[in-house]
Design a protein around this ligand. Structure first.
Ligand SMILES: [Zn+2]
Length: 330
């Protein structure tokens, strides 16, 4: 992580705002943040960020003068959306936003870059510590650290992915764990290979995109997997939407739960339905449901998609889902 952050100019001791699912103090006492690391890091609770509390968060960040913001993409997006909607200027001291632990969707990247007026750097890793990869100064491809773990991309047919742009499951062997090594561990994350080397001159193997957990894919009526990250919904369709969450429990059908803003009207409903149906394609039926709120996960993350089907990437395993059997070996 230090090597990764060195690339964006982070030096040990730089002031950072951290928005990564911490619960700090209690909402009743209106304590939403605390300092740590001798006052260099400001940990802010992502559980308590609401329309009412966000102005206080924003003035505290401005007072703290951080050089970096480390964040879950969804948490940073919440803050960024509030700032752009209310015409709030970016924090002048922030040099970059460092995002990890969740998919970074293209619309989130542009929102964050607009609101914070700086580059967003994303990294990809897992808690089993078999893979670590991150963007560099010159591209948004993920550079895989081979000194940390050996990464293979395995296609649906069970063979290594041969061509750039092709989708595969990340299968990784860690090189740092001498107590319980994981060898060719199936991460259940899908990524696409990229053509190297990068123009930055580092000869790391590259991933073009990390599409996220297999469990974050929509299963179409034909049994194909549709990635949320490549879904190309016009974000204007969500202008009068306060929160949203897709979920799926039947093959070829997806439900979009929506928390409406007061201004949400019939034309918004129509536009939203049209846009979502278009980007889901012909093999997915979309239903929109209106709800009062969408809770965060226990880890303080905001999930845009909840998949209740057991999704697998291999052809043999997928065939079982299409035939209605849930008896699938892990
Ligand atoms: Zn590079």
């Amino acid at each position: 992580m230090k090597t990764q952050w060195d690339r964006v100019g982070y030096r040990f001791g730089d002031k950072c705002v951290v928005l990564r699912g911490y619960i700090v103090g209690s909402a009743r006492d209106a304590v939403y943040w605390k300092k740590t690391l001798f006052g260099r890091w400001l940990l802010m609770s992502s559980h308590h960020m609401t329309e009412e509390t966000l102005p206080a968060y924003i003035s505290e960040i401005r007072r703290f003068k951080p050089r970096f913001i480390q964040s879950y993409p969804s948490t940073a997006a919440l803050l960024a959306r509030y700032m752009t909607e209310h015409g709030i200027d970016p924090f002048p001291t922030v040099r970059a936003v460092l995002c990890g632990s969740e998919n970074l969707y293209p619309w989130q990247r542009s929102l964050l870059e607009e609101a914070f007026g700086c580059r967003v750097f994303s990294w990809y890793g897992n808690s089993e510590q078999t893979v670590l990869a991150g963007e560099c100064e010159e591209s948004t491809h993920y550079h895989i650290f081979p000194e940390y773990g050996i990464v293979e991309l395995i296609g649906r047919d069970g063979r290594p992915v041969a061509n750039p742009g092709e989708l595969g499951e990340v299968v990784a062997t860690n090189l740092t764990n001498y107590v319980c090594p994981l060898i060719r561990y199936r991460t259940m994350d899908l990524a696409t290979a990229a053509q190297g080397p990068c123009t930055c001159g580092r000869h790391y193997p590259l991933l073009e995109r990390v599409e996220g957990r297999i469990q974050d894919f929509i299963v179409t009526g034909k049994g194909e997997l549709l990635s949320g990250i490549t879904m190309n919904i016009d974000t204007d369709a969500f202008d009068n939407v306060k929160q949203f969450q897709f979920y799926q429990e039947k093959v070829g059908e997806v439900v979009l739960n929506v928390v409406r803003k007061p201004a949400f009207g019939d034309s918004d409903a129509e536009y939203l339905y049209r846009e979502v149906s278009r980007s889901c394609g012909d093999d997915v039926t979309v239903t929109i449901r209106y709800v009062d709120n969408i809770p965060l996960t226990t880890r303080g993350k905001y999930r845009y998609f909840v998949q209740n089907l057991p999704v697998h990437f291999g052809e043999r395993e997928m065939a079982k889902i299409e035939h209605g059997s849930s008896d699938i070996p892990a």
